[in-house]
Write a protein that binds this ligand. Structure first.
Ligand SMILES: [Zn+2]
Length: 115
């Protein structure tokens, strides 16, 4: 299990603009639910103009992530924002990833390489 760092997030980000937007997403008040699955998958429901389901499995050497938002950027700012929350030290409670959640996000999931 690799440790998520700001450097890793920067490498994941498709461009600088995404990273900037992600910093706004990384606001704990905008997350309706946050969880950290025992297998290391972070997940949550973000409530901005709409509500989106996001997950990211941050296990080395490849990371799998997904978001139900319509953005064509992968990973999108929500995935990056979730990772920023974790790196920023915001407590994410241990909670199993719900089954419905994976179905919802699966069609929009994305794989990227850790290193
Ligand atoms: Zn998204």
């Amino acid at each position: 299990m690799a440790t998520l760092t700001l450097d890793v997030i920067k490498r994941f980000a498709p461009d600088n603009k995404s990273l900037k937007s992600a910093q706004e997403v990384a606001d704990p008040r905008k997350w309706k639910v946050l969880g950290s699955d025992p297998d290391g998958t972070l997940w949550g429901e973000y409530s901005g103009s709409s509500t989106y389901s996001i997950y990211v499995s941050a296990s080395s050497p490849s990371s799998r992530s997904g978001c139900s938002c319509p953005s064509r950027k992968r990973p999108c700012k929500h995935v990056l924002g979730l990772m920023l929350l974790e790196v920023g030290g915001h407590p994410i409670p241990a909670k199993k990833l719900p089954d419905y959640f994976v179905d919802e996000v699966n069609s929009a999931s994305y794989e990227s390489t850790w290193e």
